[in-house]
Design a binder for this molecule. Structure first.
Ligand SMILES: Cc1ncc(COP(=O)(O)O)c(C=O)c1O
Length: 376
């Protein structure tokens, strides 16, 4: 049997190659590689697609977070509340601007920050909340925006995994003004990653900041260009963090397809859920409205998750652990944080299965059968 990868970018490249090669040729022949018309056009198109007044292309999702935090005035002495269960770039960005990440435990089902626990973590130093829409599922944004309002806090959304995901709450009392909104347009600032594996990915590093605030947008544009509005007139300390024209041109080819790609991911998620229904020892994620399944992450609740992963590998099925060590327990933060119970459970149980928009049903059946056999 042919090995099944966790992600296959091949079919997408194949399908889009005529447009991609034309875009590459256009940029290379234009000689405009940094912040040229391609980047400007992509910013306009992405901003319109998302429903954000400003969209600012940067070097990576990590830089989007760092620049977004700085533009919101967050720095040394400040605290930012976030989830421990995320990729390290989330907390790293907070630490890198001199602030302190304050972790709040997560929910078992959504795997997102437990918004009901946030208020207890707010102190005089708290300046912002950084929800991460993990694996493409929106956080409980009504509670988060209510808390931000009540305590005068900023919201900076980590949307690295959630391009195209919308807030569609299934329970509780939702703020109707937020329902159906794109993640990244709900808080003060949204931060996207275009890392190649992301739902909307380029062929290198890339990122985007969204905001409706003219002031924040101006600051972000300055910060990404060495702190200058005008060339050689540097006003503040910034970064060299521009979305280059080659990546912008590739993203312009892919943006019109993202809706269909995300719908395909949702269909795949539902197939997996059906194929694995009733299997003891595996809990599959609910296909809630708005979820775009950047990863398809199940929980292995019977036996040893690592052993299940090894068995899958022996059967030629790749899987990944997002995340085996939560941010609070990474060596960089050793001894600085208490234990977060659900976060610990997730780090022991999560297992991400193969998903990409063109993954066919037959292959999904092979994956599901392998999971059943690995658990047997
Ligand atoms: C949740 C989260 N935040 C931030 C990032 C950072 O994005 P990038 O790799 O583009 O710097 C990533 C992705 O890699 C991520 O998954």
């Amino acid at each position: 049997m042919k090995a099944i990868p966790i992600l296959d970018l091949g079919p997408e490249v194949e399908n889009l190659w005529p447009e991609i090669s034309a875009a590459l040729e256009r940029v290379i022949r234009s000689g405009q590689f940094i912040l040229g018309p391609e980047t400007k056009n992509f910013e306009k198109e992405a901003g319109e697609w998302l429903g954000a007044k400003h969209a600012i292309g940067v070097n990576s999702g990590t830089d989007a977070l760092v620049i977004g935090l700085r533009a919101l005035g967050i720095g040394p002495g400040d605290e930012v509340i976030t989830t421990p269960f995320s990729f390290f770039a989330t907390a790293e960005s907070i630490s890198n601007v001199g602030a302190k990440p304050v972790f709040v435990d997560v929910e078992l089902d959504s795997m997102n920050i437990n918004a009901d626990l946030i208020e207890a973590a707010i102190t005089e130093r708290t300046k912002a909340i950084m929800p991460v829409h993990l694996f493409g599922r929106a956080c409980a944004m009504t509670t988060i925006t209510d808390l931000a309002k009540k305590h005068d806090l900023k919201i900076i959304e980590d949307c690295a995994q959630s391009f195209g995901s919308t807030y569609e709450p299934t329970c509780g009392t939702a703020n109707p003004a937020l329902v159906g909104k794109q993640t990244g347009t709900i808080g003060d600032v949204g931060c996207f990653s275009f890392f190649p594996t992301k739902n909307l990915g380029c062929y290198g590093d890339g990122g985007l900041i969204t905001t409706d605030s003219d002031e924040v947008a101006d600051l972000c544009r300055m910060l990404r260009a060495h702190g200058s509005k005008k060339k050689y007139m540097n006003e503040i300390l910034g970064y060299n963090s521009r979305l280059d024209s080659v990546q912008a041109a590739i993203l312009r080819v892919k943006l019109p397809h993202i809706k269909a790609y995300n719908e395909a991911r949702r269909k795949i998620a539902q197939n997996y859920r059906d194929l694995l229904a009733g299997v003891e020892g595996v809990v599959t994620p609910e296909v809630v409205p708005g979820h775009v399944f950047h990863q398809y992450t199940v929980r292995i609740t019977k036996g040893d998750r690592d052993a299940v992963q090894s068995k899958l590998q022996e059967m030629g099925v790749s899987s990944m652990l997002y995340y085996p060590v939560p941010q609070d327990r990474l060596p960089v933060y050793l001894g600085q944080y208490p234990t977060y119970e659900t976060n610990e459970v997730l780090s022991r149980q999560v297992l991400s299965l193969p998903i990409w928009p063109q993954l066919d049903y037959e292959t999904q059946k092979v994956v599901a059968d392998a999971v059943k056999r690995a658990l047997a």
